[in-house]
Design a protein around this ligand. Structure first.
Ligand SMILES: C[S@@+](CC[C@H](N)C(=O)[O-])C[C@H]1O[C@@H](n2cnc3c(N)ncnc32)[C@H](O)[C@@H]1O
Length: 220
């Protein structure tokens, strides 16, 4: 899959702080992974790790950091295009000496399609994808049939695609999309204890939004 012409993200005004910019410039060569249009040695990015999990749309990285710290044997490929978040995560990686996160700054569709071999990931996290609530923007929602098929290609058999959203209509749409695929089994689950609160989730909760967690296991 190429990067869709209708993007699932909107690059907002870059209110990047001096510290985030400094981290981006100083630390990218150590912890960042440049986009290339061919396959890479993913395992080589995470020497000694037992599993590799991707996170798409890490935002300011709260979940990425907490989960990576609590599961040091897993390597995390953290993907987003949000410059302040990229700077923030890089600086926390340095300050907290976190060795199992690598950061990418490109549309996840392109990264998965071009750089990642099939059957590479032991899991994939998609926490609070942009809900795009207006009908005319629904085409921007990242969870659609093409995307979940692409993710299925990249997951190992039995690996889990974990999604959380605070937007009930999106949760319903996600269930409808997965119901039409024969490559997964799963649905709504209790919130897992290991999933920390993120900035976006907290904003939703303050607006009384109900949070839905969904887990889908790749079966073929
Ligand atoms: C609503 S925010 C949620 C951020 C974070 N997961 C949280 O819970 O706070 C969604 C994030 O997904 C990123 N995003 C959306 N589509 C993307 C894509 N195709 N590739 C990479 N990142 C994407 C956006 O840049 C944004 O940072």
């Amino acid at each position: 899959m190429e990067s869709p012409t209708v993007k699932s993200f909107k690059l907002r005004g870059t209110r990047i702080t001096a510290a985030q910019l400094d981290a981006r410039e100083r630390l990218w060569t150590t912890y960042g992974v440049d986009y290339v249009d061919h396959g890479i040695d993913l395992e080589g990015l995470f020497p000694g790790r037992e599993k590799i999990v991707a996170e798409i749309g890490f935002g300011m990285g709260e979940a990425t950091i907490a989960i990576a710290q609590s599961t040091p044997n897993t390597g995390f490929l953290a993907i987003d295009v949000h410059k302040p978040g990229i700077g923030k995560v890089l600086s926390v990686i340095e300050d907290s000496k976190i060795a199992n996160i690598r950061v990418m700054d490109e549309d996840a569709h392109l990264i998965l399609a071009k750089m990642i071999a099939d059957e590479s990931f032991d899991g994939l996290h998609l926490f609070f994808p942009d809900p795009w609530p207006k009908s005319r923007h629904h085409k921007r929602r990242i969870v659609n049939s093409g995307f979940i098929n692409l993710v299925a290609d990249k997951l190992k058999e039995g690996a889990t695609f974990h999604i959380a959203t605070d937007w009930i209509p999106y949760a319903q749409s996600i269930q409808e999309v997965f119901a039409q695929s024969d490559r997964y089994t799963g649905g709504v689950i209790e919130r897992p204890e290991w999933r920390p609160l993120t900035r976006f989730e907290n904003q939703g909760i303050r607006k009384d939004h109900e949070v839905t967690d969904l887990a889908y296991k790749k079966i073929k």
